[in-house]
Ligand binder design. Structure first.
Ligand SMILES: [Fe+2]
Ligand SMILES: [Fe+2]
Length: 159
């Protein structure tokens, strides 16, 4: 997991994370922080194991830790964060030793993490689901104010 841990200490990565933190200071709904990134990564990794997919752990975790990293751009200039995150991730991945082919896989999953369930790419579908499943709706004080439908909310723990 050396490459993943390199991402966590990447100067740009830390800067983006801090920008998100500032924007979400008073946010009562789910935040986009390392707690969320870790939950998404772990759920996605479990799902890959269940499906017996041979995908490197540090690729799955790179997606988990980068998929929302452009969220600050959405707050500042309304750029959809999946697009911003994909664009900002490219050079971080390069600096941290991910190959061009691996980067393509990671970027595709980041770009599509808000798209519906119906993607033909299994990993992208797993990331989409993990992102949703990572939220602890069953334990949320503002559950009634959240715009997720009752079907979307995680009222039972699955992972
Ligand atoms: Fe997102
Ligand atoms: Fe997310």
């Amino acid at each position: 997991m050396d490459r993943l841990n390199k991402i966590l200490s990447d100067e740009r990565y830390v800067l983006y994370l801090n920008k998100i933190k500032l924007h979400e200071k008073g946010r009562k709904f789910c935040k986009h922080n390392t707690k969320h990134f870790l939950a998404v990564s772990r759920i996605a990794y479990i799902m890959c194991l269940e499906k017996k997919l041979d995908i490197k752990k540090d690729i799955i975790y790179a997606i988990g830790f980068l998929h929302d990293i452009g969220r600050w751009k959405q707050y500042e200039s309304k750029i959809p964060h999946e697009k911003a995150s994909a664009a900002l991730s490219r050079s971080i991945l390069e600096r941290c030793g991910y190959t061009k082919t691996e980067t393509r896989v990671i970027i595709s999953a980041i770009e599509n993490h808000r798209n519906s369930n119906n993607t033909p790419i299994i990993l992208n579908n797993i990331i989409y689901k993990s992102d949703k499943l990572s939220r602890n709706c069953f334990n949320c004080k503002v559950q009634n104010e959240c715009d997720w439908t009752i079907e979307m909310k995680n009222l039972m723990i699955k992972y």
